[in-house]
Design a protein around this ligand. Structure first.
Ligand SMILES: Nc1ncnc2c1ncn2[C@@H]1O[C@H](COP(=O)(O)OP(=O)(O)OP(=O)(O)O)[C@@H](O)[C@H]1O
Length: 651
């Protein structure tokens, strides 16, 4: 008996040791996995691959069928069931940078996104966009649920909160300014959600890789706290909601884009970094009853389809490293051009509805995402000007502008003087407007208001030779630059914000463009037309358009963008590929005043999806999958109004 006990104890001890070593090995394995993931991410960073995170929405209560098409999820792989196939072919696996299961919280999603977001403060351009069929959770990820709570806050809110926190931590070394724009693309029109007349005004996109301000006419609002952001987003959402009162969930009918512009000045070296981040909630797709798709609704459906299709074409061209990338085929791809083809860090959140009947659309969506993940943009680059470079650029700008003015005005003396300085005459250089200040005296007005040169160029073109000398003084003494949002005349009185002279200057010119004879309003490329410093935020909010757009007082019908026949889900997937491979018709006339083309030259899509039932027929052939279910939150009827989105949040 004793012998047995001894043996037992020994074995027990051995087992314990064994377990211990297994646990140790497991820990090591986890470490290796983690390291591998980091290395993999670094490689991805170096290649500049578009990161793809996949999020699976939980099955929503009230849905009759709780069967899920998602068979298995781990950290990076998702396996979905294909309804019409059996055995091995009955399931398909996809691998992405990260998979978020339905139970993952908003905070967890954000924490995986945070490093990317933070890099905007280091001068990188970042783009995060949410993609997926309607009702799959895009808005939930980017903004949050209908009734916002602290835990429910989406990426947009958290991102800005985090940027404030980090900029505050760095305030001893870097002085940051953070400003935002809120835009939406509806029916191929870019609208300013922060302007009272933003829904009526058509804005132009100007791709400027210099400062990321691609829609200079849209309000650029300086923010410095989370509550500023919440106020702004509430305003933006209200503009959208007002517009959608009778349009039934407008958010799904338009692409919304929150753009965050960051400028930082290194307080020791004087170097300037500027980063820009687009946070995009794309319009969703849904099938539509063909018989009801007419007039405006048909147009709306076609625009969504076209722009998502154009996004697919751009991705396809990038993935195949084609020489021509058709960015100009839609406003969406134009807006995202710098992020998709430039030196940005780009992340796509692909959203999946888990319902079994949505599996066709889910597979199509995942196939699209798989393709996106193959796109290599090249390593992202920091937008940074050292103090010296900044100064030299400023000088070049001034000299170049002086030359232009002299030439224009035919002042031989001035011309001669300018021409002796060869560096100033390079027309190719796009010059950041560091070298000039709006506080300088403006002796003349330029006649070239429409030129799309930089502020510095425009502005400097109005200065006399004496002014040029003053510019040098300004360069030597940045404290003379006016702060953001203050009139030029008071600039010298307030030196506090002078660290960011470059941006201040740009903005100031705009602030003054109505009353000031300085012809900065003509500077379409650099000028954000209006700038509201934080103190003006309330005023801005008060000015919002409450009238809404009654002309859109009609029921929304979602277009069918994806093929919808559940019985042929994999065939549907090939539709995406065939669209990618198709030649790209010029469906959008970017030069037309409204950006619309009344008659597309050619149907853009190769396939017309088969109707699933008599209730739904395909009006829009597919690039993007459409769900076979109505939006759960919405009730089952596609033609009933979805409850008005309320994403307002008060802290
Ligand atoms: N992760 C999630 N957890 C809980 N609820 C979610 C989640 N994702 C989405 N939902 C809910 O699902 C519904 C649809 O989500 P959401 O409106 O974000 O979809 P969407 O993709 O933006 O749709 P649309 O394209 O029509 O705008 C909402 O009621 C939302 O609150």
């Amino acid at each position: 008996m004793e012998l047995l006990q001894v043996t037992y104890r020994e074995e027990f001890n051995n087992l314990g040791k064994h377990l211990h070593s297994i646990a140790y090995a497991a820990m090591g394995y986890q470490r290796v996995l983690e390291e591998n993931r980091k290395l993999y991410n670094q490689v991805q960073d170096m290649k500049g691959s578009i990161r793809v995170y996949c999020r699976v929405r939980p099955s929503l209560s009230g849905q009759s069928n709780n069967l899920s098409c998602v068979e298995h999820i781990d950290d990076t792989t998702i396996t979905v069931l294909t309804p019409t196939k059996t055995g091995k072919e009955g399931r398909k696996s996809f691998t992405f940078n990260k998979i978020f299961s339905p139970s993952v919280t908003q905070a967890e999603v954000f924490s995986d996104t945070q490093p990317l977001i933070r890099s905007v403060l280091d001068g990188y351009n970042v783009c995060i966009f949410a993609y997926g069929q309607t009702g799959s959770g895009k808005t939930y990820t980017m903004s949050g649920p209908t009734e916002l709570t602290e835990e429910g806050l989406g990426v947009n809110y958290r991102a800005l909160g985090d940027l404030f926190e980090l900029s505050n931590q760095r305030k001893e070394t870097i002085s940051y300014e953070i400003s935002v724009q809120m835009l939406e693309i509806y029916n191929e029109q870019v609208r300013d959600l922060l302007a009272s007349d933003g829904l009526n005004k058509r804005l132009e996109i100007r791709n400027s890789s210099q400062n990321g301000i691609n829609v200079p006419e849209a309000h650029l609002v300086r923010v410095s706290s989370t509550s500023d952001v919440i106020n702004l987003m509430n305003l933006g959402q209200k503009n959208r909601t007002v517009f959608s009162t009778a349009m039934n969930d407008r958010s799904s009918r338009s692409h919304s884009c929150l753009t965050v512009h960051v400028q930082g000045k290194d307080l020791t070296s004087g170097s300037i970094i500027h980063g820009c981040m687009h946070l995009v909630d794309l319009a969703g797709s849904e099938r539509v009853d063909k018989s009801e798709v007419m007039g405006d609704r048909l147009k709306e459906a076609q625009h969504i389809n076209k722009s998502l299709s154009a996004l697919g074409d751009v991705i396809a061209a990038l993935a195949s490293k084609g020489s021509h990338v058709p960015y100009r085929n839609s406003k969406l791809t134009q807006l995202l051009q710098d992020s998709l083809g430039g030196q940005a860090k780009t992340l796509m959140f692909v959203h999946i509805a888990p319902e079994y009947e949505a599996s066709g659309e889910t597979i199509s969506t995942l196939k699209f995402a798989e393709r996106v993940a193959t796109v290599e943009l090249g390593a992202a680059k920091v937008n940074k000007d050292s103090g010296e470079v900044k100064e030299l650029k400023g000088q070049i700008s001034n000299l170049k502008a002086a030359l232009t003015t002299a030439k224009k005005e035919g002042e031989p003396e001035q011309l001669q003087r300018s021409q002796t300085i060869s560096i100033s005459s390079s027309p190719e250089i796009i010059i950041p407007s560091l070298g000039t200040s709006p506080s300088l005296p403006k002796s003349q007005s330029s006649s070239d208001h429409s030129s799309s040169v930089t502020n510095a160029e425009n502005e400097s073109s109005t200065t006399s030779r004496r002014d040029s000398l003053e510019i040098q003084e300004m360069l030597a003494n940045p404290s003379l630059w006016p702060p953001l949002g203050k009139p030029a005349s008071s600039a010298k009185e307030d030196n506090k914000d002078s660290a960011s002279g470059r941006w201040n200057e740009t903005l100031m010119v705009n602030k003054n463009d109505k009353k000031d004879p300085i012809p900065a309003a003509g500077n379409a490329r650099w000028n954000p037309t209006k700038v509201y410093p934080e103190q003006n935020l309330n005023k801005l909010t008060a000015n919002k358009n409450t009238k809404g757009n009654q002309d859109h007082d009609q029921q929304r019908i979602r277009p069918e963008i994806g093929s919808t026949d559940d019985s042929s889900d994999l065939d549907e997937c090939s539709e995406i590929d065939s669209v990618w491979q198709s030649s790209i018709p010029k469906v959008t006339n970017n030069n037309s005043p409204n950006g619309l083309t009344s008659k597309p030259k050619k149907q853009q899509y190769n396939h017309v999806a088969k109707p699933k039932s008599t209730d739904f027929k395909s009006a829009i052939p597919s690039l993007i999958p459409s769900p076979s279910t109505r939006k759960p939150s919405n009730g089952a009827n596609p033609n009933t109004n979805k409850p008005k989105r309320k994403t307002g949040y008060s802290k």
